[in-house]
Design a protein. Structure first.
Length: 442
């Protein structure tokens, strides 16, 4: 039995312990509130940061598109600021989770081969439980970048008389593609071909950009005439792309609008009288058997002057008038025009031989362009000729995944092919190619 003298001391000790427990409980409660506030407000902060980052990213890409579409640096800066603000506000409404967000003025950096956009955004998020321990708000900051490369584009249009029914739709579709390109970043060449191929606008040799209004005016004034000289159109477009210097980072694209049946060929043909027409000209296989010419190789539809452009010159063509290789721009033995060099019948100036030689030259020129890193996208115009696979030749030119195995080259760039069997199909096909251009630029 405890001594009576100890009872008062035990009571004092219990009272002291009770006070310590209250202090400890209060301290633990404060810690628990702080931890709960940290968890809750950290979660809200994470959501605000994720939403803010997405809004800044959307703003940077909107600004990039707006700046790239402008005609000059001043207009680009104003358009980019407006587009960034609109995209940011749409993706981060003010007051979302109580946060007040702000977008700093963006920075446009014009580079030798592209454009870069830098955006900084911040938000102040009011806290909940953490306010009890002195933290009234939490700052959140993010940044975003977007970059667009300049691209080099050669636009080659089949404006032969065979496309007359779709003339307006062809030029409208080409105009749609031009509107997807940047007048300050991209370089564009325009080639129109009929009997011959005419380079209407060459790429800028120094600096980047192109005159969109001028090219659109040329498209609007286009006339359709002649027989499709696909090989010459490809040669002019490839030459426009490869004749100017570009960095290894610059995509090069050839956009081709063409029918499925080339019918004209440029060459230095052989005559019974060697002096009858000693120049490059174009023969066209207008029908199943008839041949006409000669035409300028570098004009859409213009006869050669003098005796060369007279129908009488056709009577002076030698029995082996077709050369064994493509010689319109020099002796290019790497582009054969005969499937059998020893078959003299293939050199006769007939419509069938011209069409076969034109197809062979077209595939060889396209292969050479792809070997130089050029990606070819094709819109096929009109129905395929009777008895031939749909777009077989044009798929070969683009080197699509479903091109015939005889021409498919996995080592070379693969392009897209879209068949516009009717005029109504041209706009969807142009939209498909426009998406490919944007993919190349980004």
């Amino acid at each position: 039995m405890p001594l009576p003298v100890l009872r008062p001391w035990a009571q004092v000790r219990r009272r002291h312990q009770s006070g310590s427990v209250l202090v400890l409980a209060a301290f633990c409660l404060i810690v628990l509130i702080a931890m709960a506030g940290l968890v809750i407000d950290s979660g809200r902060g994470y959501l605000v940061r994720a939403r803010l980052s997405a809004a800044a990213d959307a703003a940077s890409h909107a600004a990039l598109r707006a700046a790239a579409s402008a005609d000059n640096a001043y207009a680009a800066d104003a358009a980019a600021q407006d587009a960034a603000a609109a995209a940011f506000d749409a993706n981060f409404p003010q007051g979302w989770l109580g946060a007040a967000a702000r977008l700093s003025p963006l920075q446009l950096a014009w580079e030798p081969d592209g454009l870069r956009v830098q955006i900084d955004a911040a938000a102040d998020m009011p806290t909940g439980l953490m306010a009890a321990i002195g933290f009234a708000s939490v700052p959140v900051a993010v940044d975003a970048q977007a970059r667009r490369r300049g691209i080099d584009v050669a636009l080659a249009l089949d404006l032969s008389s065979g496309q007359a029914a779709s003339a307006t739709q062809i030029t409208d579709a080409a105009g749609l593609l031009l509107r997807q390109l940047s007048p300050m970043l991209d370089r564009v060449a325009l080639v129109r071909f009929g009997y011959g191929a005419q380079l209407d606008a060459a790429m800028r040799v120094s600096g980047r950009g192109f005159d969109r209004a001028s090219l659109q005016a040329r498209l609007a004034s286009s006339n359709l005439d002649g027989c499709a000289n696909l090989a010459e159109g490809l040669w002019q477009a490839r030459n426009a792309l490869t004749a100017v210097a570009s960095t290894s980072d610059t995509p090069r694209v050839l956009l081709l609008f063409a029918g499925n049946a080339p019918g004209a060929l440029a060459a230095r043909f052989a005559f019974t009288d060697p002096d009858a027409c000693p120049t490059t000209g174009v023969l066209a296989g207008a029908g199943a058997a008839s041949v006409n010419g000669l035409w300028h190789a570098d004009r859409q539809a213009e006869a050669l002057p003098g005796a060369c452009g007279n129908a009488a010159a056709l009577g002076l063509l030698a029995p082996d008038a077709l050369p064994p290789w493509y010689n319109a721009h020099g002796e290019d033995r790497a582009i054969p025009l005969l499937t059998d060099a020893g078959d003299a019948a293939q050199r006769a100036p007939t419509a069938a031989n011209l069409r076969r030689a034109a197809a062979m030259a077209s595939m060889a020129i396209a292969r050479r362009a792809r070997a130089a890193g050029v990606r070819i996208h094709v819109i096929g115009l009109g129905p395929a000729p009777d008895g031939t696979p749909d777009g077989a030749l044009l798929r070969c030119l683009a080197n699509t995944g479903d091109a015939p195995s005889s021409c498919r080259d996995p080592a070379q760039p693969a392009g897209r092919y879209c068949h516009a069997a009717s005029a109504a199909d041209l706009k969807p096909c142009a939209a498909l190619l426009a998406a490919e251009l944007l993919r190349a630029a980004h």
